[in-house]
Design a protein around this ligand. Structure first.
Ligand code: AMP
Ligand code: MG
Length: 430
């Protein structure tokens, strides 16, 4: 049996970062940059006014005050978007709007409220009632971004602010690591698709959908391949439909049951990696490389993650192994999960030396977290996953977790209460 860490290391060793592609700056959201972004312009491109007021030479208003205004001759008005073309000489000013380029010769801007503009009928002159320092109320060209500077490094993640910065550079597209296409195949003679009548012995396929939701949540592009029956031919045919994807995920068919054909197929079609991990839920797990072909016709080995069939096991093992694989393909570097320490409220036996990931509800109480089991911990109880906001880790060498024991609780992003309440992080496209 492999530890969770050993299994993850083997999987990540077989997965590589995908190539870059050009995307519009908005569509680049959530992607990792595949190029260094160097600015070929200054932002803002020119010195401009931070206020509505008068651009002038600050030495012309030395000693000005409410009782002794300095009168300057007004050359005209320059609004945002205009180039103006004025040159301010001694005793002169230009009426200027916020964002408008500062005319040459001017060294500062006095806001309207420090002038006598509202009381004046003769607009060809203006009385200035204050002094200012050189540079006051002027935003300098390049104060945000100087021309030629490295703005974002290859490998960094694009969030909303980065989308804005790229747009401010006048960029329409940017090179990012492409999102992985993940093909998902459910296996089982007992499975039905929604819409089919429920008949004895059957159940509805949920794994394809929880997996597709997880793949999408973490930035991959899910391709649901449907259901393969418990026969080698059916599984081979199903997998074949997913060979153009960047990764294949199957659910079911990897334990020691009579019809567990996925691992047999894998052993023939590619290279099988391993199939048991010291964790619960989710002991049976297959990983291998399977011969696939890309759009360019080249034959490439595609990673295949064979997850167990039970609905909770599938989600837990995806979180521990599928998510990091997707992150690596997307060029992300941090695969860790947020972890908090919590105090167990309930007891839970660990009978066979595996690491248990127990579904718990975390509650903050007096500066610490309490972790309460969300119900039956069977690996088929999917609603216990839905009620949970964390997975409490009961270590391999504990025979039992007792009330009061301190445990680490990992919080997958989609379980985090705050992000659940806002649906933060859920990409709306696919
Ligand atoms: P298996 O690993 O194939 O033996 O499946 C273990 C359990 O998970 C069985 O009770 C299956 O009915 C259930 N199961 C397998 N695949 C799915 C699926 N796609 N959706 C819901 N339950 C499933
Ligand atoms: Mg099965």
């Amino acid at each position: 049996m492999l530890s969770v860490e050993e299994a993850l290391e083997k999987i990540l060793g077989c997965v590589s970062v995908l190539p870059g592609e050009g995307r519009s700056v908005l569509e680049a959201l959530g992607h990792v940059l595949a190029e260094d972004v160097v600015s070929d312009i200054a932002v803002p491109p020119q010195d401009n006014s931070a206020m509505d007021g008068y651009a002038l030479r600050v030495e012309d208003i030395a000693g000005a005050g409410p009782a002794c205004p300095r009168t300057l001759r007004v050359l005209g008005t320059v609004a945002a978007g205009e180039s103006g073309g004025y040159t301010v000489g001694p005793g002169e000013a230009v009426r200027i709007m916020t964002g408008a380029p500062v005319p040459s010769g001017a060294s500062g801007v006095v806001p309207f409220e420090d002038t006598d503009e509202t009381t004046r009928t003769d607009r060809s002159n203006i009385g200035i009632r204050t002094t200012i320092a050189a540079g006051d109320n002027i935003r300098l060209a390049g104060e945000d971004i100087s021309r030629g500077s490295l703005i974002m490094e290859k490998g960094s993640l694009i969030g909303p602010a980065e989308v804005g910065v790229l747009a401010s550079l006048g960029r329409r597209t940017v090179k990012v690591i492409r999102r992985p296409v993940v093909a998902i195949l459910a296996t089982g003679d007992e499975l039905l698709e929604a819409g089919e009548p429920l008949v004895p012995g059957k159940r509805y396929n949920s794994n394809s959908y929880s997996l597709a939701a997880l793949v999408r949540y973490y930035g991959g592009i899910p391709r649901i391949l449907g259901i393969a029956r418990d026969s080698e031919d059916s599984v081979v045919a199903g997998l074949r439909r997913g060979l153009a994807a960047d990764m294949l995920i199957t659910s079911g068919g990897v334990s020691r049951g009579d019809y567990d054909v996925v691992k047999d197929v894998l052993a023939k079609q590619g290279e099988i990696g391993f199939w048991t991990v010291r964790m619960k839920p989710g002991k049976p797990l297959a990983f291998g490389l399977i011969r696939g072909a890309d759009e360019d016709g080249a034959v490439r080995m595609k990673p295949h993650l064979g997850l167990p069939g039970n609905p909770v096991s599938v989600m837990t093992t995806f979180e521990l192994f599928g998510r990091p694989a997707i992150f690596k393909m997307m060029g992300k570097k941090d695969f860790g999960l947020r972890t908090v320490e919590a105090v167990m409220v309930d007891s839970l036996k660990n009978t066979d030396g595996r690491r248990i990931y127990a579904r718990v509800r975390l509650e903050e109480r007096g500066g610490e977290y309490l972790a309460r089991l969300t119900g039956l911990q069977g690996s088929g109880i999917l609603t216990s996953m839905s009620r949970a906001n964390g997975l409490a880790i009961i270590p391999e060498d504990w025979a039992e977790a007792k009330p009061g024991d301190k445990v680490a609780v990992v919080i997958p992003a989609w379980q985090d209460v705050a992000s659940r309440e806002t649906l933060g992080g859920v990409p709306l496209d696919s």
